[in-house]
Design a protein around this ligand. Structure first.
Ligand SMILES: Cc1cc2nc3c(=O)[nH]c(=O)nc-3n(C[C@H](O)[C@H](O)[C@H](O)COP(=O)(O)OP(=O)(O)OC[C@H]3O[C@@H](n4cnc5c(N)ncnc54)[C@H](O)[C@@H]3O)c2cc1C
Length: 383
């Protein structure tokens, strides 16, 4: 994947190309025939993750073409990201614990072989190369990859989550960290995901068959800390008075909820500035996404330390307040939490998240149960 594809125009092009195929998604989505042969999945995650296009837009387009029943599986999958995000919003300590555990990990035997793609397990080594080159892996490959990392190579799941986050253009603290925990058997306690050679052979169309190379009978990882579900606190829904600016960070590049006098985007100048550190490809892709949003809104690119850049922009534009889509748990949230309190930043949360996050308190099943009602509800009623 080239960083230049990180535009809204490319996201819309992919969405329009995929919509006619959305009804076939349920039966074909688990097959991974390799790069260039993945028409049966949407390839939209990098665009949705940065909200160059939104979940709501994609769902609306799919519903208009197919209706809920025919595209149910795809519409459920779109909601998985929302589930992970909502779940983590109510348990932010899972993210901070993962980062601090990562700091405390010593050099694990076999880590260099895994991250260098020289384990001798062909499929795994090929996925390492593909991930580094393209910034993408198919969902099933991500599941096999994480499972082999944890149960066959016996490496710490936190290091695997960090490796993927570093290289995925759609890298999402919630979807990534929690999927790794799910594979390990830590999300749904005692229920882990074991990669099997026969399953890999079947769903890669015979490209790989690591027979005899995988641990197909490993036990789930033992439970770690208890993470009780905290309260969800949404900012009040109100339009600030006076001249409003809109600040865009790569966590959410969709338009603001109302008209604004000025827009600006900010992106770190180096991959080290906003930890966890990401690969040059991911850094460039995020920068391209922010640039695209800035261009489309006829805005300004802020550079340097965010607090100072924001203060100068507010003064130059004579703004009374700055609207910001509240970043979800992860690096941008940590960054915004450090902004000086006097900067009049007013956060908002989009209706999609407000409606679905409260159903992410426990397993996905609880949220999935309300999806038929949600997709037939007021958010999707014709204007
Ligand atoms: C170990 C592991 C790590 C992952 N890390 C990330 C990550 O960092 N960022 C990320 O966006 N996704 C992550 N996923 C989820 C999923 O693999 C990708 O969203 C999906 O493969 C993207 O490809 P696509 O757009 O072609 O998906 P499609 O199959 O076409 O799905 C459509 C959309 O639904 C959403 N979606 C589908 N499946 C999932 C899922 N399981 N979780 C969350 N959203 C989903 C995505 O927005 C996706 O674009 C991870 C999964 C695993 C098993």
């Amino acid at each position: 994947m080239r960083p230049e594809i990180m535009t809204r125009a490319e996201g819309l092009r992919r969405m329009c190309g995929f919509i006619p195929r959305a009804a076939r998604y349920a039966s074909q989505r688990n097959f991974d025939f390799g790069p260039g042969r993945r028409d049966h999945v949407s390839g939209l995650s990098a665009h949705i993750r940065h909200r160059l296009i939104t979940e709501e837009e994609v769902a609306r387009a799919v519903l208009a073409e197919h209706g809920y029943d025919a595209a149910e599986k795809f519409l459920q999958e779109i909601a998985w990201r929302t589930y992970w995000k909502g779940w983590l919003e109510m348990r932010p300590k899972v993210w901070s614990d993962c980062l601090s555990q990562l700091d405390g990990l010593g050099a694990a035997d076999g880590l260099d072989g895994a991250t260098g793609g020289t384990t001798g397990i062909d499929c795994f080594d090929a996925w390492v190369a593909e991930l580094k080159q393209t910034g993408y892996l198919h969902n099933h490959a991500r599941m096999w990859f994480a499972s082999i990392w944890i149960f066959t190579l016996r490496l710490p799941w936190q290091a695997g989550a960090d490796f993927m986050f570093r290289h995925l253009i759609d890298g999402d603290p919630a979807a990534n960290t929690l999927s790794w925990r799910w594979v390990a058997g830590l999300h749904t306690r005692g229920k882990h995901y074991l990669a099997r050679a026969s399953n890999i052979a079947r769903y890669t169309g015979g490209r790989f068959e690591p027979r005899g190379q995988l641990d197909e009978s490993a036990a789930p990882l033992p439970p770690d800390a208890d993470y009780p579900c905290g309260a969800l606190e949404f900012p009040a829904e109100h339009t600030p008075a006076g001249r409003i600016g809109h600040l865009m960070l790569a966590d959410d590049l969709a338009p603001p909820p109302g008209p604004v006098a000025a827009s600006a985007g900010w992106h770190p100048s180096s991959a080290e500035e906003l930890p966890p550190v990401v690969s040059p490809l991911v850094h460039a892709a995020r920068a391209a996404a922010v640039d695209d949003a800035v261009k489309r809104s006829d805005g300004t690119c802020l550079t340097g330390e965010l607090g100072q850049a924001l203060r100068s922009w507010i003064a130059n534009e004579q703004l009374d307040a700055v609207w910001l889509a509240r970043p979800t748990v992860g690096p941008w949230r940590d960054l915004v939490m450090r902004l000086p309190a006097d900067l009049s930043v007013v956060e908002f949360v989009r209706p999609w998240d407000r409606a679905l996050w409260p159903h992410a308190t426990s397993g996905f099943f609880k949220l999935r149960r309300m999806l038929p009602r949600f997709y037939r509800g007021s958010l999707f009623a014709s204007p």
